[in-house]
Design a protein around this ligand. Structure first.
Ligand code: CP
Length: 308
């Protein structure tokens, strides 16, 4: 049987995603029961980009499941000079599962193509499936039923909005994208076709119209992590700040929806995509999202390794 990967939830059935959420909730409630489930299993984590949450949650997750995680910084490995599939085949020989955060999805697909063990996408320019599973888990904990909820995503259309629109619509939620621009490299025409076909996806450029009756307001950085501090990106960063400021999640925007949950996948840039009021609001579930990375990813690991 072909090995199952998690590149994005695009090719997962709604039932399978619901099952992952149920497993995650079970693990979160009874973590002691799972202490030995991945005994002697090794997760290799390959990072081409920086990370706090993804690295820590996968590493802590493997420890709590009785296994072990190895961190590989791409630039200190032979991946920088060798054939990517040669290196991936070798990583396979030492690993039971691989998680990779790569700059380009095409490279992740090259690894998945030769991998005999499951490959998990820890973020690429097109998708961030692990993040959105944790996000939806957090919404479920707060709201119970997901069907019919309205989630509005503000800022730049990107990898996170892609994956979030897929998972939300697959679970019967209404997803509204309120964005003046798309990060060009994140474009996936097939994904847009898929979410449009559900009838639950829409786009609304006017941020105030978009927010009407929102149950959840979500935002993400306007600038990719590898470019945020890059002096060469300074001019474009200034342009984006001007273009995107009307889409900031702030006190003014939230006035009309006092009960809406506030979400951000972090790291956050206060004064840019979100203000301090929204970050500190009692409706903010931002740090619960971060914690839920741990529980959601344990569910992914167990499912892909046939231990769920
Ligand atoms: N949200 C997220 O993926 O966090 P890190 O970039 O810190 O891993």
């Amino acid at each position: 049987m072909a090995v199952r990967h998690l590149i994005d939830f695009k090719d997962w059935k709604s039932k399978e995603i619901e099952e992952l959420l149920d497993i995650a909730l079970k693990i979160k409630k009874n973590k002691e029961k799972y202490y030995d489930v991945l005994k002697n299993k090794t997760l290799t984590m390959i990072f081409q980009k920086t990370s706090t949450r993804t690295r820590l949650s996968f590493e802590a997750g493997m420890t709590q499941l009785g296994g072990h995680a190895i961190f590989l910084d791409w630039k200190t490995t032979q991946f920088i000079m060798a054939d990517i599939q040669d290196e991936a085949k070798c990583v396979n020989r030492y690993s039971d599962v691989i998680m990779a955060r790569l700059l380009r999805n095409a490279d992740l697909m090259k690894i998945a193509e030769v991998s005999t063990v499951p490959v998990i996408n820890g973020l690429c320019e097109k998708y961030h499936p692990c993040q959105v599973l944790a996000d939806i888990l957090t919404v479920k904990e707060n709201k119970g039923n997901l069907k019919g909820l309205k989630l509005v995503y503000y800022g730049i259309a990107n990898n996170v909005s892609n994956s979030l629109s897929v998972i939300a619509t697959k679970l019967g939620m209404n997803f509204v994208l309120s964005a003046p621009e798309r990060h060009a490299i994140s474009l996936d025409e097939e994904l847009l076709k898929q979410v449009n076909a559900t009838g639950l996806y829409s786009e609304e450029k006017d941020p105030l119209k978009a927010v009407k009756d929102a149950d959840i307001v979500y935002t993400d950085t306007w600038v990719d992590m590898e470019l945020f501090l890059d002096p060469k990106f300074e001019e474009e960063k200034k342009r984006r700040m001007k273009t995107f400021m009307p889409y900031q999640v702030n006190k003014e925007l939230l006035k009309g929806v006092p009960d809406a949950l506030i979400m951000h996948d972090l790291p956050a840039h206060r004064g840019y995509e979100i203000d301090d009021f929204a970050m500190k609001s009692s409706n903010s579930i931002i740090f619960d999202q971060a914690e839920n990375r741990l529980h959601a990813q344990k569910a992914i690991l167990l499912k892909l390794l046939g231990k769920a």
